[in-house]
Ligand binder design. Sequence first.
Ligand code: F6P
Length: 255
Amino acid sequence: SFMNEISEFRVLESQIKDKLQLEHVIIVSGNSDTQPSVKQDMGKACVQFLISILTSNQTIAVTGGTSMAEVANQMKPLEHAANCTFVPARGGLGEQVENQANTICAQMAKKANGNYRMLYVPDPLSEETYHSIIEEPAIKDILEMIQDTKIVLHSIGDAFTMAKRRKASEQVLNKLRSGKAVSEAFGYYLDEQGEVVYKVRTVGMQLEELEHAQYVIAVAGGSSKAKAIQSYFKQGKSNVLITDEAAANELLKGL
Ligand code: F6P
C-alpha cells in the first residue's frame, strides 16, 4: 500500500533531510517524469502531511503547475481543521487555466470543504500597473492574508522548462542564459547557488516572506528536476520536501 511504500525509503529520506537541511522529507516510489501515478502519490503524501499539521482557521497559500494540480486532485475533506482558506501565493505566472494557482485554490477548497480567495491580476503586469494594483483595497486585503499565511504549498521547476512553458520573451531567455538559471519557484528563477537571476513581475508572496511561514512544503519529483531541487534549496526557504525515488537518488549523486 501507499504507507508501506513510504517506509521503504526511510534511509533515503533521512539522507536527503541531512543534505538539504530539511525538517521533513517524504519520498514516494518511482519516477514522476515517466509514471503519472507517481505524481498522484506525491499529491496524496502532500494531503496526508497537510492533514497532520493543519488546525482550524488557517490560511494555506498555494502555487500553480501540474504537481500542485495533482495535490488538488487528491485533496480530502479537512474535517479536523474547520474554516481553512486557500489563497494563491502569487498572481498570474503564465500558466494555462487548469494549472493556475487561482484554479487550484478553488478546487482544493471545494474538496477540503474550505474557503478560497482569488487574486485577479493581469499577467504579465507592467511596472505602472503593478504599483497601482497593489494599492487596490480588494487586492491589498488578500495580499495581507498571503503575507500572514503560516502554511505554503509550492512546486519547483527546471528554469528553462518553465520559461518555455510560459512563452518567455527572447529578452527574458537571454537573462536566464547569462545568469545560468537552473530552477524556478514562485516566479523566481535561481542559479546553481540559489541566487535570484530573474523574477516575474506579479503581486503576492516574495521569497523573503517565506521566512515567516511555519511550513513551506515543496512538492517536486522526477529525475529531470533533481538539479532544480538542489538549486532551490540552496536558498533554504522551504522546510518540507515531498519528492519521488528517482529525484532523490539523482539528488544524492549530485550532492
Ligand atoms: O508556475 C507555477 C509553478 O509552481 C512554478 O513555480 C514551478 O516551477 C512549476 O509551476 C512546476 O510545475 P510542474 O508541477 O508542472 O512541474
